[in-house]
Design a binder for this molecule. Structure first.
Ligand code: FAD
Length: 311
């Protein structure tokens, strides 16, 4: 089956949204990326189960796009199926005093506001991270020494293996949450997460959230499209500092520029292509390698064919 036939077969029962050849740039914070072969936004868990079964039986390539705030999508796009857990996956539900169930498509910032209103502490320092819950758990989003993994108690995933799809509840104690990574694999789709927060009545949550937002505004180039930090911090140092020391702030390829405000950010100054960003990444790595003897590693996920290996 090709992708058009898959879309036709799905169209018979799929309640969500299906779009062939859908440009992805507007679904990313970089505002960069070519089309998805098929973009599918399931309306709820039944839709998601059916489409993952279709993906498993057809063997079609797929990936899950959250809020697209940590990805660089190729100018050629992604020829397979791109799953977006949008409107059908935004619910938040409290259980007991301090447990919260949240669906993967909910914005992290919306969840933070919701928890602060209920005097539940634990997420407020993550304010301003523009991800979805699914993407934030997958990447173990972290800020100010606090990571979302610290609050996770269980992750619900659909796992595709061969032609089978299984529904799994993964207890956090069996998982590893590391620096910008977890052991969630590419064949696992997070659809819901259970968190445990602190209900001991800390009353400065909103003040802390505001302080973090002020810090972000001062230190990050939020006025221009970006994907946040491009590189992981090497052990014992910061990627931004290394890039700055190499004099690379302001370096430009096409519409992609190393931010003057934060050297680990590349901003899209208008019309940047994925290729521009990719070449800029390559040249930063080369410069840092030759001047500092350190190999930088991308934090962002590169999706699709970038046309030539990043060194
Ligand atoms: C201005 C700015 C500031 C940022 N600041 C921070 C920061 O302080 N700390 C930090 O950690 N990050 C930061 N980021 C990066 C980014 O926001 C986080 O990594 C975020 O958690 C990614 O979530 P997302 O939904 O956008 O994921 P995406 O970028 O859409 O996807 C990231 C990865 O997660 C996978 N994924 C997404 N959803 C699911 C799902 N439901 N199931 C399985 N896999 C999934 C994708 O396939 C991809 O591999 C920043 C980004 C920007 C643009």
């Amino acid at each position: 089956m090709d992708i058009t036939e898959i879309a036709e077969a799905l169209g018979q029962w799929f309640r969500g949204n299906l779009q062939l050849n859908k440009p992805l740039a507007d679904l990313t914070t970089f505002r960069i990326g070519g089309p998805a072969g098929l973009l599918a936004m399931p309306k709820g868990i039944e839709d998601l189960k059916l489409i993952t079964q279709e993906i498993a039986s057809s063997g079609m390539d797929f990936f899950v796009l959250g809020h697209g705030s940590n990805v660089l999508i190729s100018d050629l796009g992604f020829p397979g199926i791109v799953l977006v857990l949008g409107e059908g996956f935004k619910r938040i539900k409290r259980q007991g005093k301090d447990k919260v169930y949240v669906e993967a498509g909910c914005e992290l910032n919306r969840l933070i506001a919701w928890t602060i209103e209920r005097d539940l502490a634990g997420l407020e320092l993550l304010a301003g991270i523009p991800g979805s819950i699914g993407g934030s758990v997958r990447m173990n989003a972290e800020a100010q020494g606090c990571s979302i993994g610290d609050t996770v108690r269980e992750v619900s995933v659909l796992r595709l293996e061969g032609k089978e799809v299984s529904d799994r509840q993964m207890p956090a104690q069996n998982m590893h949450f590391g620096y910008r990574k977890t052991d969630i694999e590419d064949n696992e789709i997070i659809y819901r997460v259970k968190l445990k927060l602190d209900n001991s009545g800390k009353d400065d949550l909103e003040a802390r959230r505001k302080e973090v937002m002020r810090w972000r505004k001062k230190n990050q180039p939020l006025a221009k499209p970006s994907a946040g930090s491009i590189f992981r911090n090497p052990a014992g140092t910061s990627a931004g500092e290394l890039i700055d020391r190499c004099g690379l702030k302001g370096k430009r390829i096409g519409g992609a520029v190393v931010s003057e405000k934060h050297a680990n950010f590349i901003v899209n100054t208008g019309g940047a292509t994925a290729r521009d960003v990719y070449e800029l990444i390559d040249s930063i790595k080369e410069e840092v390698r030759s001047r500092e003897g350190i190999e930088l590693e991308e934090e962002i996920k590169l999706i699709g064919d970038m046309g030539g290996g990043s060194s």
